[in-house]
Design a protein around this ligand. Structure first.
Ligand SMILES: Cc1cc2nc3c(=O)[nH]c(=O)nc-3n(C[C@H](O)[C@H](O)[C@H](O)COP(=O)(O)O)c2cc1C
Ligand code: SF4
Length: 604
């Protein structure tokens, strides 16, 4: 990898860039995709290329730099010929990721976060890479390496020292297992590609919307909005074009079920998107694939091509004049916030992934301000199933308010981590039994922004009536310190806050510092009560769900595992050496105030 001043940009470089920009039709909305390809080619985004690109896309350099600096997988400076990023999810840590990272740093004579003097390698951490069932994992130049152990790390060190191209590394390093432990209607589905589309075309678009509404299907991305209502609102919204977007960003630590669906059931995903297009009247769809799943890009492109060849995508789908629809895959670049639907749309438009003000919602003002239906990968698959089974049969599965089945990503302290499909309504206890978890202290349901469930609550059930979930199910046994779990989650939020609004940008950082202070043995009970105050601020003033849920991990673990916090406090009672309230007496006298509000509040 060459430093900026040594990058040759001769006629062939110009031709390469011209061709790249042309392939993306010189659209500024393709900026993120173009930058990803530049990064893949050069290893970073050279200064010189930014200038050339700005001219070719007729946009300011500042826009390119601002987009490039937003995404953690893009770099304006060289980051080493080999860029190693250890997945820093709590489950990777529980599997020993930190000592393995130390080992690699030691053997390569390198400090985390630094590039080696010869520009060969850099080592750092990244948020969860979606391989929690086969960790510890790392990314090397964007490719996932799973099942790390002492030996594998040493082999990697050797391959790096020898400058072996990734293409020549043992294929086994990059193997990603599906780990399906319990399948149900969705994972077992053997519907032929196009089968449902054919049926839907004969019954009509309106019927698709009505059937989805009648099935009670709710979104599987977390919030659980009714899919039929969303499709109907999008269909009825005025616009020049309508769009369908599949949210495959799957960034919530502990979630990896969309990865498995995209591997095992890609036709169901694309069939669901095409049915949605029929329902809402869209001609264009996007699948937003998280950067960590880059390895799925080519297989998914191949499925899309097969569907085009089979007339299941393209113009006059299945011979129906006027039914034209195609799907483009966009890759993310390491920003969790891009899973939030409006941030995702910004990212699709080639911008920084900052959530938009809502309302208006994407169903009326989405991609390019046009009506857009954004749904999770699993939701599209479930929509196909619901149509196939018919509303009545589909509603019979699950619970009254949560119909159908749900994929659960199980990780952490259990014998059989992986994917489990259950009808909604399954209890935490049943899942723990099935995956071989023993001596379980707590389960984190739905990732850091979700709920920490303690043993006394293991009979609670997954579903929108009780424990809503996008699918993460992280298990902690009685050897774990739940304070450290919450600390890891809080670090995650501070790292992933997009920085747009001050309460979240500053608040997540204060929260992280508070947890670090407690961990270092300098905390007091005052710090704990401050977290509650911070939560109130973040709940009421944050622009999006990330800020609103950032304090959850601390508040939930405090509720159930307070001793694990209090054990670390230097003193439960805060006793400052300096009497600040007393020192302010003169100021009170001068202002003529002596009411309660003029005194510092009692803290103990
Ligand atoms: C911070 C944040 C991250 C999110 N990440 C994802 C994600 O990775 N995948 C997803 O499907 N939904 C995610 N969502 C929810 C989406 O905003 C949106 O509700 C969802 O894509 C709608 O699809 P559904 O109705 O099928 O659930 C996230 C929301 C927030 C606030
Ligand atoms: S709450 Fe946080 S993540 Fe959401 S917009 Fe504000 S700064 Fe960004």
């Amino acid at each position: 990898m060459l430093p900026d001043n040594e990058i040759r940009f001769d006629a062939s470089g110009q031709a390469w860039l011209d061709q790249l920009v042309q392939r993306h039709q010189s659209r500024a909305s393709q900026l993120l995709q173009i930058l990803r390809e530049i990064q893949e080619h050069f290893g970073h985004i050279p200064h010189r290329i930014v200038t050339e690109l700005a001219q070719k896309l007729s946009i300011p350099r500042a826009r390119i730099e601002s987009v490039a600096s937003f995404y953690s997988f893009l770099h304006l400076k060289p980051h080493g010929e080999y860029r190693v990023l250890f997945s820093d999810n709590i489950t990777d840590r529980m599997l020993g990721s930190l000592p393995l990272m130390e080992l690699m740093c030691q053997q390569l004579w390198l400090q985390p976060g630094k590039v080696s003097e010869d520009g060969l390698v850099s080592i750092g951490t990244t948020s969860c890479t979606g391989m929690c069932d086969q960790g510890p994992a790392l990314l090397i130049n964007g490719r996932s390496v799973t099942k790390l152990n002492h030996q594998r790390v040493q082999e990697i060190v050797q391959l790096i020292r020898n400058r072996t191209p990734l293409a020549d590394w043992p294929a086994d390093f990059f193997r990603v297992e599906d780990n399906i432990r319990r399948s149900g209607l969705l994972l077992d589905s053997a519907l032929a590609p196009g089968e449902l589309l054919r049926a839907a075309l004969s019954s009509g678009a309106l019927n698709v919307v009505e059937s989805i509404k009648a099935s009670g299907l709710r979104g599987r991305g977390g919030a659980g909005y009714f899919t039929g209502l969303k499709w109907e609102a999008c269909r009825n919204a005025q616009g020049v074009e309508h769009y369908v977007v599949c949210n495959a960003d799957e960034g919530e630590p502990g979630t990896f079920k969309d990865r498995v669906l995209l591997t095992r059931q890609p036709d169901l995903v694309f069939e669901g998107m095409t049915l949605c297009a029929l329902a809402v009247g869209a001609k264009k769809g996007f699948l937003y694939l998280r950067g960590e799943y880059r390895y799925l890009l080519e297989p998914l492109q191949a499925v899309l091509q097969r569907r085009r060849n089979d007339k299941l995508l393209g113009t006059s789908i299945l011979g129906q004049a006027g039914f034209d629809f195609d799907i483009e895959i966009h890759l993310g670049a390491g920003a969790y916030i891009c899973g939030e639907e409006s941030a995702l749309i910004e990212s699709l438009e080639g911008k920084r992934g900052v959530p938009r003000n809502r309302p208006p919602f994407p169903v009326t003002h989405g991609y390019l301000q046009q009506p857009t239906a954004v749904d999770n990968v699993e939701t599209f698959c479930q929509a196909v199933l619901a149509l196939h089974m018919g509303a009545e049969k589909y509603r019979a599965i699950g619970t009254a308010k949560s119909t159908g089945s749900k994929l659960i990503s199980v990780s952490g302290d259990c014998q059989r981590p992986g994917i489990y499909e259950y009808p909604f309504g399954v209890s935490v206890r049943e899942i723990l039994r099935d995956c071989g978890a023993v001596n379980t202290l707590a389960v984190q349901v739905s990732g850091p922004s979700g709920v920490c469930v303690a043993e006394s609550e293991f009979d609670r059930r997954l579903g929108f009536e009780d424990l809503p979930t996008a699918g993460a199910f992280m298990i902690f046994d009685d050897s774990r310190d739940l304070f450290e779990v919450a600390r890891n989650f809080v670090h995650f939020f501070a790292h992933e806050s997009c920085g747009f609004c001050t309460p979240c940008r500053v608040g997540t950082s204060i929260l992280k510092q508070t947890m670090d202070k407690i961990a270092a043995g300098h905390g007091t009970r005052y710090d704990l009560s401050e977290v509650e105050n911070l939560d109130r601020v973040l709940q009421t003033t944050s622009h999006c769900g990330l800020g609103r849920t950032a304090c959850n991990p601390v508040l939930h673990t405090l509720k159930h595992f307070r001793p694990s916090y209090e054990n670390k406090l230097k003193s439960l009672m805060f006793s400052p050496a300096f009497d600040l309230d007393g020192s302010l007496a003169r100021a009170r006298q001068m202002t003529g105030r002596n009411d309660a509000g003029a005194h510092l509040k009692e803290i103990e």
